[in-house]
Ligand binder design. Structure first.
Ligand code: SF4
Ligand code: SF4
Ligand code: SF4
Ligand code: FES
Length: 696
């Protein structure tokens, strides 16, 4: 193409688009230009001078991270002059840097350490005493060790540009410059740890990881965050069966490097002393620990007895269990127990959206669309609180592509600060408020609309009809709460639709009807806590519960099985945009079993054959039976995500808008799991508030 630029780097011919920086042009041909302050996706800083390169016909070394390529440019990154400059830069950076690598958290994955090994001098000419400043704790999550800081300002930029929080700034000038938190001596922020993750050295360290282990002593397990529905990939750092941290430094997965506090630090529920580790049976009014074989035999016998006398069953499933578990559970309910009385806590009306779109798969937005689309409308959601990754994508889109952002929300949200127009709505006025944006939105080339639980039932149909009337391509995201809320719906945890929203002949009881029914003989609750706010009307019902903790529902159980969390099992989950990704277990908790195994063992005990209960086998069945889930396995196996549209036409579900209700979790809460995450609860911001003014 004629508008490409041709240049030479270290003798290699390079072709690059105009505006490409020399550091990136070099990367294209496999040449590393070392850098500290440069960070892909953030504004240019040119603070460290580590990236100096020689450009022929220029009198002095040039800054590779800010220099755009030019036609005919001849660049040398490996010349004696460049090596000398790098040695000098490193020598200066180490002038006051404590050489405490053996005890520094970053040791083994420190960019300064790596650069010094590769390009450093081996010894310093500075003999002066190094300045010492005591380490500061800014929050339960963030610690700052000033002498280690090389003033690259990555932390300041990621917090400002990436997070939209602006919690970090620079104090003083010159060699006494420091990084400072936004509230005097402490942080009031998202506690996301992005600043820690992005720090090239050990100046910022985390309250969960510091001084606990070294990177090479951990097993690194790539899986999916088990909290909100955004489906971020997190790489668990596991040592001695304990999850010490989550991160995504390799930028694999849909979220690149992004993680919020929950994906990075909220895994301590796994090793909570309050985890259930033994099955229990109620005897004389009290739950008593028993062996797995005793509990399974008792549950199987109860299910068989009630089945034999045509009793009434009801099943409540989970927004956190895997697709395989949800699929198997509904199969168990429908084929073994013979009931369609099955539901889950519905946090968004995905079924009605799929119905309104009637199989138009291209109208379902992906998480990548939020980064690419020219215009985005957020309706009735405090996205930065409830969907941190989606909010991050939109901020990045605004920064990198000047995306036009619009909000219609019942209170202030962070997205307002980047919005072209914001409307504060009152309950019931959302669609009218959206209509008030018609003139502007109709002029956009394309649009993604994200909507929360205020838009449900017929309001979704009206919204989609309204989107059609704009005459531009419109995509939608129906916001749901938890890591597999979407999968629970797709896999058929519904009284009127089986997997892939296939209509059932006789609809069963819905969530509220199950709780209100008085004639149920057995209520089986898997990974949910419906009795937190209500009681079971069927007072004599036999209750079987599978859970991690002694919740309000678990304490009502007659038989209680200790279940494994998402970090302890394999399988797949489907995120808010319908992207399917693979779970990979990283730890094991003694006594707990994956829900899928519990279903399998129960069916075996009952003498029924529901097929193998390994996650891979059930996934095979799902791929075969559930529309849109025939996902290429290599995508999943390699940690990728594949979007699914589980229907290709109308969805035969009865809309029960009153059942759709978000739990309104914030950045610092996560349903039941959040109650057992010490790190979440220890932050100053916990439990946080929706629709609050953005922090300064
Ligand atoms: S933890 Fe997150 S929000 Fe807080 S200062 Fe660091 S980057 Fe900013
Ligand atoms: S704390 Fe880390 S990321 Fe921030 S300026 Fe210092 S070295 Fe850079
Ligand atoms: S945005 Fe959601 S999925 Fe991503 S790390 Fe946070 S809680 Fe987990
Ligand atoms: S990386 Fe270029 S000046 Fe820091």
């Amino acid at each position: 193409m004629s508008d490409l630029i041709h240049l030479t780097i270290d003798g290699k011919a390079v072709t690059a688009a105009p505006g490409t920086l020399v550091i990136n042009a070099a990367k294209q041909v496999g040449i590393e230009v070392p850098s500290f302050c440069y960070y892909d996706g953030l504004t240019l800083q040119a603070a460290c001078r580590m990236c100096l390169v020689e450009v022929e016909k220029t009198p002095k070394l040039q800054v590779g991270c800010t220099l755009p390529v030019a036609e005919g440019m001849v660049v040398h990154t490996d010349s004696p002059q460049v090596h000398e400059a790098r040695r000098g830069t490193l020598e200066f950076l180490l002038t006051n840097h404590p050489l405490d690598c053996p005890v520094c958290d970053k040791g083994g994955e420190c960019e300064l350490q790596d650069m010094t090994f590769r390009y450093g001098m081996g010894e310093s000419r500075f003999l002066e005493q190094k300045q010492h400043v005591d380490e500061q704790q800014w929050s339960p999550v963030v610690f700052y060790d000033k002498p280690r800081c090389i003033l690259c300002y990555r932390c300041v930029r990621i917090c400002d540009e990436g997070m939209g929080v602006k919690a970090l700034g620079v104090g003083n000038r010159g060699s006494v410059s420091i990084i400072e938190p936004n509230h005097f001596d402490h942080l009031e922020c998202d506690e996301c740890g992005m600043c820690i993750d992005i720090c090239p050295v050990g100046a910022l360290t985390s309250g969960t990881y510091r001084y606990k282990t070294r990177p090479w002593e951990m097993k690194h397990v790539g899986t999916i965050c088990t909290h909100c529905a955004d489906g971020c990939k997190t790489t668990l750092g596991v040592r001695n069966n304990e999850i010490i941290r989550g991160n995504n430094r390799d930028r694999s997965g849909i979220n690149g490097e992004f993680l919020c506090i929950k994906g990075r630090y909220a895994a301590d529920f796994v090793n909570s002393p309050e985890r259930l580790q033994s099955p229990m049976i109620r005897r004389n009014g009290r739950l008593e620990p028993v062996s797995w074989s005793v509990a399974l035999a008792a549950a199987a016998s109860k299910l068989k007895d009630v089945k034999a006398r045509n009793g009434q069953f009801a099943v409540i499933g989970s927004n956190h269990t895997s697709n395989e578990e949800n699929y198997y559970l509904q199969k168990f309910a429908r084929q073994v127990l013979g009931t369609n009385n099955i539901d889950h806590h519905r946090t968004g009306d995905i079924a009605t959206l799929l119905d309104a779109l009637s199989g138009k798969k291209e109208a379902l937005a992906t998480t990548a669309d939020l980064y690419d689309c020219k215009a985005i409308l957020v309706v009735s959601s405090d996205l930065s609180q409830q969907h941190p990754f989606l909010a991050f994508q939109i901020r990045a889109n605004y920064r990198h592509h000047d995306a036009h952002v619009y909000t219609v929300t019942p209170g202030p949200v962070r997205e307002q600060s980047i919005a072209v127009r914001s409307v504060i709505s009152v309950p019931g006025s959302e669609l009218a408020d959206v209509e008030s944006l018609r003139d502007q939105l109709g002029k956009e080339p394309e649009l993604v609309i994200l909507f929360g639980d205020a838009i449900k039932g017929d309001a979704i149909r009206e919204l989609v009809a309204w989107g059609d009337s704009l005459g531009i391509p419109v995509k939608y995201v129906c916001l749901v709460d938890y890591s597999n809320s979407r999968g629970a719906s797709d896999m058929g945890l519904s009284p009127d639709a089986g997997p892939g929203y296939r209509q059932v002949s006789t609809p069963g009881l819905a969530y509220d009807e199950i709780l209100a029914a008085t004639n149920l003989d057995v209520v089986w609750v898997v990974g949910a806590n419906p009795l937190k706010h209500t009681s079971l009307a069927a007072q004599n019902a036999f209750v079987i519960v599978q859970d991690l903790f002694m919740t309000e529902t678990a304490s009502r159980a007659d038989i209680l099985f200790p279940a494994a969390s998402a970090y302890e099992k394999h399988g797949t989950v489907t995120n808010v945009c319908g992207e399917v990704q693979r779970l990979k277990g990283g730890v094991q908790v003694m006594g707990a079993k994956p829900d899928l195994e519990i279903f399998g063992l129960l069916s075996k005990e009952m003498g029924v054959n529901l097929g193998m209960w390994s996650a891979d086998k059930v996934l095979e069945e799902i791929r075969h039976n559930v529309h849109g889930y025939n996902i290429p396995l290599p995508i999943l196996a390699t940690g990728g995500a594949a979007q699914t549209a589980p229907v290709n036409g109308r969805v035969p579900v009865s809309s029960r808008p009153e059942l759709i209700q978000s739990a309104r979790d914030t950045l610092f809460t996560s349903g039941t799991l959040g109650r057992y995450c010490k790190k979440l609860n220890s932050t100053l911001e916990a439990p946080g508030a929706l629709y609050s003014e953005p922090r300064p």
